[in-house]
Design a protein. Structure first.
Length: 616
């Protein structure tokens, strides 16, 4: 429908406004508008003046058109906030906001870092989707909002309805802690919880869809189960080609598998090149690649042998249906990580008094120490669980989670390829050799020509500046240097003019200098402006990247004052904290800031996306 001045009661300006607005409306918005005009027409018909007669006639015509449609009340407004480190919560929030809009809700979607907190008091319905980062900490783009809600400045919220979807990883002690924090704090501020908080493990698709379905029903728009489940489902484009994702990974062929460390090194770091040809998958520097690994065959066989199970016995394996036990333990179930929920389920199944004692509240510290570094074989041996039926036992196990690796390549430099930098994990514990599930699979059992199930995990919180002239400071010891190989490859291809500075560290210069030839080539060409390295075992006193930063404090401060963006990638438990403290110390030393002012400065940099971290 298009309005013309000659055949409608509207002025030229009104007709133009209507013609711009109407094509953008969803079906739900059109229905609501029809009902609104009908109600407005009924209420104003009696008092319409002669001058307003044309408008009244238009309203009455609208009411006739809407007669066949049930009149709805004014649509509810819903604010959807997400806090996300690796874009899982962001992706779910975008899908749910779209579903709400299609159902006629007026929806506001925002990252927590972009949300104006003075709007909170005016909000009637709030949905929070948030992940937990590290050891129970909020993701970077949720820090400021988390601090505000837990401060004295947080308002009383008795008129607010809310619900929380929390994403986490059961293998961490503070599972879904940030979601729990928001849920508890909103309740303390007087808000009304309309749907109980949903805590999701790494395989979050189905529980997230159930939460969405419950929220839609609570908001008064009950959606069919199939519609809600579709929010998290795999989609099939019109072309019929599958859309590869976490739920439907692409089988990527291995093109190259090299050890980057020199002879005599204590470390083994694999450079893996994979083909994405035919996948339609795309990525940007800063994104990650998810790889679904397989458990070590030796561990699987030892577990089956100890328990007295039959390798060919069929057991349920989720969407895969029934699989032979050995195959299910190899490819589907996680058997290398112990968690408290897992021990609780197995204690019930096996009726183990010893396990129940370990799980008692007074033995919290003993439990924490026990699960660290042990696997399922340790558990069944230590607590004599031999004989438990396989079919029932595996029901207590969770699906093996994908491993995420920072992508080490630019797709502009390597079309249809993706590169990874993976450090092999091996150690001994309890008289038995232990293996990093995915890293050892890649190092020992993955050959050129093999295929790996993969998907792209976007990360909007770790991206190069939009302005190619912006200076960039990159801090990435060890395999943390991977995304910076992608950054520099991208900047080379796009001929970005901004200065670049890389801080890199490892153990030994001669054996552990990953991608040394490439850094040198980029230094010579000017793509990399400067580089500072720290090899901790080559000197009497261990020197790390944060020490090199402090040595270059004046220059670093000058770059930051010039608007440089700072990126940190690598170990979260120690390195990331040490680097953060070094940055704060530089701001205090060179900028004359107090500790509180330096902390606020860094927080502002995070909010401006000038300080981004990809830490794990």
């Amino acid at each position: 429908m298009e309005f013309h001045v000659t055949n409608s009661p509207f002025s030229q300006e009104q007709a133009e406004l209507l013609n711009r607005l109407i094509p953008t409306l969803t079906e739900g918005q059109r229905v609501w508008l029809s009902g609104y005009l009908a109600a407005a027409g009924a209420g104003s018909a009696v008092s319409a003046t002669p001058a307003a007669a044309p408008a009244a006639a238009a309203v009455q015509a609208a009411s006739v058109q809407a007669a066949a449609v049930p009149v709805k009340a004014a649509p509810k407004e819903v604010t959807v906030l997400f806090g996300s480190q690796t874009d899982n919560a962001k992706g779910l929030a975008k899908k749910f906001a779209k579903q709400l809009e299609e159902d006629g809700f007026i929806t506001t979607l925002s990252a927590m870092s972009d949300y104006k907190t003075n709007n909170l008091k005016k909000t009637s319905n709030l949905l929070i989707l948030v992940s937990t980062h590290g050891e129970g900490e909020p993701p970077d783009n949720a820090i400021a909002f988390h601090e505000f809600l837990h401060s004295k400045r947080a308002p009383e919220l008795s008129s607010l309805n809310y619900s929380v979807l929390a994403l986490g990883d059961l293998s961490y002690e503070f599972y879904c802690q940030t979601g729990k924090d928001f849920d508890k704090r909103l309740e303390e501020l007087g808000a009304n919880r309309i749907v109980p908080r949903q805590d999701c493990d790494v395989d979050f698709g189905e529980p997230a869809a159930e939460w969405m379905k419950a929220v839609l029903a609570a908001l008064g728009e009950s959606a069919p189960a199939a519609e809600a489940a579709a929010i998290a489902a795999v989609s099939e484009p019109a072309s019929g080609q599958p859309e590869y994702s976490r739920s439907y990974p692409f089988q990527a062929e291995v093109l190259e598998n090299l050890n980057l460390n020199g002879r005599g090194s204590d470390r083994e770091t694999r450079h893996i090149e994979l083909s994405l040809e035919g996948s339609n998958l795309s990525y940007e520097p800063g994104d990650s690649l998810g790889v679904f690994p397989e458990n070590h065959p030796q561990l699987v066989d030892e577990l089956i042998q100890y328990m007295g199970w039959k390798p060919g016995e069929e057991v349920e394996a989720g969407k895969n249906g029934a699989l032979p036990l050995r195959e299910a333990l190899l490819r589907y179930y996680e058997i290398t990580v112990l968690t408290k929920p897992l021990l609780e389920q197995i204690a019930k199944l096996a009726q183990s008094s010893g396990l129940n004692e370990l799980l008692a509240p007074e033995h919290k510290q003993e439990l924490r120490s026990y699960v660290e570094g042990r696997d399922l074989l340790d558990l069944v041996q230590d607590y004599s669980l031999k004989g438990a039926p396989a079919g029932e036992f595996v029901k207590a196990l969770r699906k093996i989670p994908a491993r995420l690796y920072s992508i080490a390549s630019s797709s502009k430099a390597y079309p249809d390829e993706v590169h990874l930098t993976v450090r092999t994990v091996r150690y001994e514990n309890g008289g038995r050799q232990r293996y990093g599930v995915c890293s050892v699979q890649l190092a020992e059992r993955t050959q050129q020509g093999d295929k790996l199930p993969v998907f792209i995990q976007s990360n909007s919180n770790f991206k190069l500046p939009e302005n190619p002239d912006t200076p960039v400071i990159m801090i990435g010891p060890g395999t943390g240097v991977a995304p910076f190989r992608a950054f520099l490859g991208e900047r080379e291809e796009t001929e970005a003019a901004g200065k670049t500075w890389l801080f890199y560290g490892d153990q030994h210069f001669f054996t552990d200098f990953l991608y040394q030839v490439e850094w040198q080539r980029w230094l010579e060409s000017g793509v990399l402006t400067r580089m500072d390295v720290a090899f901790s075992r080559d000197t009497d006193k261990k020197v790390y990247v944060q020490h090199r930063m402090l040595e270059k404090a004046r220059e670093l401060y000058q770059w930051i004052q010039e608007g440089a963006a700072v990126y940190v990638c690598g170990d979260e438990k120690r390195m990331a904290h040490d680097v953060h403290n070094a940055l704060a110390a530089i701001l205090e030393q060179e900028g004359g800031l107090s500790p509180e002012e330096a902390s606020e400065y860094l927080l502002n940099m995070q909010q401006q996306k000038r300080y981004q971290r990809d830490v794990y």
